[in-house]
Design a binder for this molecule. Structure first.
Ligand code: ATP
Ligand code: MG
Ligand code: MG
Ligand code: MG
Length: 560
């Protein structure tokens, strides 16, 4: 079917929505692709749904190509399963929870490891039933603390999640590799500029994990990459175990006597370093609990806030032994704009302010927290502070630092979930074998916004062909003659398998039609205008802006 704008439910907007900060949020709303329903919950309108479906189609094709079997599991899940694995606690407030009429506890799935493990336990009994890769494209629910940036971070969103089940570690490695390769094909086909970086496993658990990141200013992740070697990592995953504070002895407990706000001099004197020293990755114990303070050497940082936290406390430097066998991480970051200690670098931290931030045991973020009161810092041990130019851990070259959007994440989970649910199959020797798992996610709805972020220009959206809502945006710019010819061309293109969006709206000026065509961002714009009577049309490339006049036949030949 030719998609006719005269009948399409579409209302483009001239102005940006008031609450929108990112380009994708503004443009997807203005071009009529999505509409906000409630905070972090979105309506996909006809054009948006087409793009979403295109992303899903590419994902499906590549998942099927590695032998993935598509299934659809419920979003409404018994809470019990997430208690069995401890993830109810780990996700904490992120989990949407509800009760049924009988009082039974349910959650809306934030990700589906638990139930997939149970499905395989039910369906697969012998080693002969494995390996298996299952996937779904489904709605996920996470009660995100900061659902901003439109569909980039929804509280309800679409994810492709897949899970691999194997009897051997080699099998898992193979499934992981297959997914990694499939993701490379998917993100390449979708038209992304992306990087694969080392990542931490977070609430998933497990060992090896990598992220697919799409560099973009609107991204909430920060990654480093090395210009000289292959090294690239989310700053969350850049780990240093002992604070590299030059010349600081790991000393005994000392009292930091700070009646008021400690100055940088007080702090430096306490630490036994010159006040001019670059202090970073500083780990101390505050009232016996390990906490982290990043102190850039420059004096722009206001230590006032830091002082509030430290004033009544016994401060003690942390020794290497404190880290033994404690792998959990808190992450610190000194960015171009200031200081942050958090899971992630936060672009909103004002210059010249010191922040201590953290996360409680439920993974809930706090800001302006008081250590020990608002969260238990002893769970978090490792602080990382990376700055542009810091040495690459592999080759020593100066690292680059950039912002990005996480579009995919792959994990070798190992046996964490299989252990929790005793997922065994009968092995070759007739004995039960514990199954090993991987889990692999792609943010399908986020990918739409991330692509918009990377490809939009001053005129509007600018879709890569594979995901565009149509191949050709045909504009009937004029009266009945233009509309008739445009319809005829549209039918011919359609018959040749070209997806056409036809602007046949009556009573809409050519100027408005052109502006809308730029905003909607279909890769080719074909205008039937002034020279329609001679059978001449104009073809415009949306990205380059290049235009050529062609006869209808020439245009058809080019586009089919
Ligand atoms: P983020 O760090 O952005 O919060 P995550 O690490 O929590 O993401 P995963 O649990 O790894 O996300 O989920 C797999 C994929 O789902 C992510 O790589 C991302 O593309 C997508 N995703 C996660 N949270 C959201 C969300 N709130 N809205 C849209 N997509 C999301
Ligand atoms: Mg998250
Ligand atoms: Mg993440
Ligand atoms: Mg992730």
């Amino acid at each position: 079917m030719v998609l006719r704008m005269s009948r399409l439910m579409l209302k483009t907007l001239r102005d940006d929505p008031a609450d929108a900060e990112t380009a994708s949020h503004k443009l997807l709303v203005r071009a009529g692709f999505v509409r906000r329903s409630s905070a972090g919950v979105w309506i996909w309108l006809p054009l948006g749904k087409r793009v979403l479906e295109n992303v899903s189609r590419v994902v499906r094709e590549e998942m099927d190509a590695i032998g993935g079997q598509e299934v659809l599991l419920p979003a409404l899940l018994p809470r019990e399963n997430y208690e069995t694995t401890g993830r109810a606690g780990e996700y904490g407030d992120l989990l949407f929870q509800l009760k049924d009429r009988k009082g039974a506890d349910y959650v809306l799935g934030p990700t589906h490891e638990e139930i997939f493990t149970q499905v395989v336990k039910d369906q697969c009994t012998s080693y002969k039933d494995l390996p298996v890769i299952l996937y779904q494209i489904q709605t996920k629910y996470r009660d995100e603390a900061r659902p901003r940036s439109g569909v980039l971070r929804g509280r309800e969103f679409q994810m492709k999640d897949s899970y691999s089940f194997d009897t051997t570690d080699e099998g898992l490695a193979e499934a992981y590799r297959a997914h990694r390769d499939a993701y490379i094909r998917i993100f390449t086909r979708l038209g992304f500029d992306y990087r694969i970086v080392s990542a931490v496993s977070g609430a998933m658990g497990g060992s090896a994990s990598e992220e697919f990141l799409a560099p973009a200013a609107a991204g909430e992740d920060t990654f480093v990459d090395c210009p000289a070697c292959e090294y690239a990592a989310n700053t969350e995953a850049v780990t240093t175990v002992v604070p590299p504070v030059e010349g600081v002895a790991h000393g005994p407990v000392e009292e930091l006597d700070t009646p008021d706000t400690p100055t940088i001099e007080t702090l430096a004197a306490h630490l036994g370093v010159p006040a001019s020293a670059t202090l970073k990755n500083l780990l101390v114990k505050v009232d016996g609990k390990i906490t982290a303070i990043g102190v850039p050497g420059d004096r722009e940082v206001d230590l006032g806030k830091l002082g509030e936290h430290l004033a009544p406390a016994v401060v003690e430097l942390v020794t290497a032994e404190d880290f033994e066998g404690r792998p959990e991480l808190v992450r610190g970051y000194v960015g171009p704009q200031g200081l942050a200690i958090d899971y992630i670098a936060d672009p909103r931290i004002a210059p010249g302010t010191a922040w201590i931030t953290g996360a409680n045991k439920n993974g809930k973020h706090a800001r302006d927290v008081v250590c020990g009161r608002d969260f238990e810092v002893d769970r978090y041990l490792d602080v990382v502070t990376v700055r542009p130019g810091d040495p690459c851990p592999r080759c020593g070259a100066g690292l680059r630092l950039d912002r990005a959007i996480e579009i995919g994440h792959i994990f070798q989970l190992g046996r964490k979930y299989a252990d929790a649910f005793q997922l065994d199959v009968l092995g070759q020797q007739g004995k039960p074998v514990r199954v090993t798992m991987g889990s692999y996610g792609i943010g399908v709805s986020r990918a739409v916004a991330a692509l918009a972020e990377q490809t939009a220009d001053g005129q509007g959206l600018c879709w890569p062909r594979e995901v565009a809502p149509a191949d050709v945006h045909l504009v009937a710019a004029g009266k009945a003659l233009q509309t008739e010819l445009a319809l005829e061309v549209a039918e011919k293109l359609h018959a040749a398998g070209v997806r056409v969006l036809l602007d046949d709206r009556a009573g809409v000026s050519p100027g408005v039609k052109f502006t809308d065509a730029e905003l909607i961002g279909v890769p080719q714009i074909l205008v039937v205008g002034r020279r329609a009577a001679e059978g001449v049309v104009e073809l415009k490339d949306r990205r380059s802006g290049e235009r050529v006049e062609l006869t209808v036949d020439e245009a058809l030949a080019r586009l089919t």
